[in-house]
Design a protein around this ligand. Structure first.
Ligand code: SF4
Ligand code: SF4
Length: 78
């Protein structure tokens, strides 16, 4: 298992305002804006392509605290 298989993100639809900053920031095109609408009336982002490398760029780019959580597991030997 390599690091690409071990990293992923979760997006909280309730906190997302659909700004798409994370979509632009992701170097692996993992994130898309879906067609569903949250309770604030925004089309929210979703983790759509599981090629995440755990870089954290989406997390650091997102203006909404807590909307994105990045999960990375330690590599073998760390
Ligand atoms: S951690 Fe990096 S690769 Fe993973 S979804 Fe966020 S920006 Fe994309
Ligand atoms: S950057 Fe944050 S608020 Fe903007 S679309 Fe992505 S998860 Fe939603």
């Amino acid at each position: 298992m390599d690091s690409q298989e071990k990293s992923y993100i979760e997006i909280d639809p309730a906190r997302c305002k659909g700004c798409a900053c994370c979509v632009v920031a992701c170097p692996k095109d993992c994130i898309q804006i879906g067609s569903e609408i949250n309770q604030m009336g925004y089309q929210f982002a979703r983790f759509a392509v599981r090629q995440c490398i755990g870089c954290g760029l989406c997390f650091y780019t997102c203006p909404e605290f807590g909307a994105i959580t990045v999960y990375t597991l330690p590599r073998k030997g760390e």
